[in-house]
Design a protein around this ligand. Structure first.
Ligand code: ZN
Length: 455
């Protein structure tokens, strides 16, 4: 169970990476070519050559600029030709200079990972459009955007949330999982696991996550970048949302499929996609849902037994409560969520949030006969193609409390839980027959239903 032991350190990395989703620099535009920008659909054509010099044609010739201002340092030329803006950018040199995945980095001599914030220059205000791409022989590109034929749909969310593209000599394949397609990108590196085993691992995780969304994976396409690293297990993962959903999963070179097929990291990360992004101060909800889901969804998929799922949740609650006890006595879970990144309060927030989600799940099943996943799915249904806005946690709780006339108390219950350093979860665990274990506890039937295998 290396992944479990590693979680304390890993969540830090996971959240630190997710924090980038909100780190959008101030906008800046290129020299305007016209004071009255032409209307009409926006198109980009991006040509990447073997040296990662990017030639970009933006039509019409609007004033455009990079979301990350420092990308201008690698601008080779900019001019207006035939009513379009032409930009040439030395992305390879930027990648070698920065070596930073959130901007650009070269992960192999012929593979560059780079955020569209660097290479996809946009007008202000940001506009949607379509993108076409040219690549040299032997190159592939993995982009998060929805694709139709030869063109990609670029949404303004591209520059609002973190995102990354992979260009170069990488192996790519499409892995169908139910009605969805995982675009699996293998970054260079040795692996003990063969391709079919990697597919088995990812399929198991995506199938488990689909069970949390009425049996359908929440997006028709997700880019999954697998990055081989030294070691075993799955030491790190993160999701990104700019322009479309993507996941990055580090996979240990020595990992064997039996070690990782029931691991929590891929399920945790992909389960983030069940819910649109939550408010930046509301980490308890986003991470609480994922920490809850990583266990109940694995149980429903048969990757964990029911008792293993509850043991791992209870273990998480214990660690979260211990972490909360080490913090300031007055720091509520709500405050810890606001300061999670600055103060490193990850265990408290992840597992305190999972405890609130358990409280909501049990409460909703009792007062309305629905699950917390039904509330999650209702928010996802409002943002189907790409994530365009964040959901405040209060909107989520208000919707749960309005699910049925008898659910109003959920608002109070959650508000009360958020005022404590850690929610009072012991009475619930007792009623569910988890601590102490009991088959005749008042909510024992509900306990079994929550993690019952999907039909
Ligand atoms: Zn997470």
């Amino acid at each position: 169970m290396a992944a479990r032991h590693a979680k304390g350190a890993l969540v830090l990395l996971v959240v630190a990476a997710q924090a980038c989703a909100s780190a959008v620099p101030a906008p800046e535009t290129n020299t305007p070519s016209d004071s009255a920008p032409p209307a009409g659909p926006l198109t980009w054509h991006v040509d990447v050559d073997a040296a990662f010099v990017v030639s970009e044609t933006v039509c019409p010739a609007l004033a455009v600029g990079p979301e990350q201002r420092r990308a201008r340092d690698f601008l080779v030329s900019a001019r207006v030709v035939d009513g379009c803006q032409e930009i040439v950018l030395d992305l390879g040199r930027a990648a070698d200079t920065w070596q930073d995945r959130d901007s650009a980095t070269r992960v192999a001599p012929d593979v560059v990972v780079s955020s569209p914030d660097v290479w996809l220059w946009r007008p202000m205000p940001k506009r949607s459009g379509t993108l076409t791409l040219s690549l040299p022989p032997g190159f592939n590109a993995a982009l998060p955007f929805p694709k139709h034929g030869d063109s990609y749909d670029v949404d303004a969310s591209t520059w609002a949330f973190a995102s990354a593209a992979v260009f170069g000599n990488v192996s790519m394949r499409e892995l169908p999982v139910d009605a969805a397609t995982l675009q699996v990108v293998m970054l260079p590196g040795e692996l003990q696991m063969v391709r079919s085993e990697v597919d088995r691992w990812l399929s198991a995780a995506a199938t488990a996550v689909a069970a949390g969304n009425r049996g359908r994976f929440p997006f028709p396409k997700v880019v999954v970048v697998v990055d081989p690293v030294w070691g075993s297990g799955v030491p790190f993962g993160m999701v990104e949302r700019g322009g479309g959903p993507q996941a990055l999963l580090l996979l240990g070179a020595q990992a064997r499929v039996d070690d990782v097929v029931d691991d929590w990291v891929a399920v945790h990360e992909l389960s983030h996609l069940l819910m649109p992004p939550v408010g930046v101060d509301d980490a308890w909800l986003g991470e609480g849902l994922a920490s809850y889901h990583q266990n109940v969804l694995r149980a429903r998929a048969g990757l964990l037994s029911e008792s293993e799922a509850w043991d791992q949740l209870r273990d998480g609650f214990d660690r979260g409560e211990e972490a909360a006890a080490r913090g300031p006595l007055t720091q509520s879970l709500a405050d810890a969520s606001r300061h999670m990144r600055a103060e490193g309060r990850y265990l408290q927030v992840y597992w305190g949030g999972a405890a609130v989600v358990l409280l909501l799940d049990v409460g909703l099943r009792q007062c309305a006969g629905i699950a917390v996943d039904d509330v999650v799915a209702s928010f996802r249904a409002e943002q189907l193609r790409v994530d365009v806005r964040r959901i405040p946690a209060r909107a989520f709780v208000a919707r749960a409390a309005a699910a049925a006339p008898g659910c109003a108390h959920l608002q109070y219950d959650v508000d009360e839980a958020l005022t404590r350093p850690f929610p009072l979860v012991e009475p619930l665990l007792r009623d569910l027959g988890i601590v102490p274990a009991s088959a005749t506890a008042p909510l024992a039937r509900l306990r079994r239903v929550i993690v019952a295998k999907a039909p």
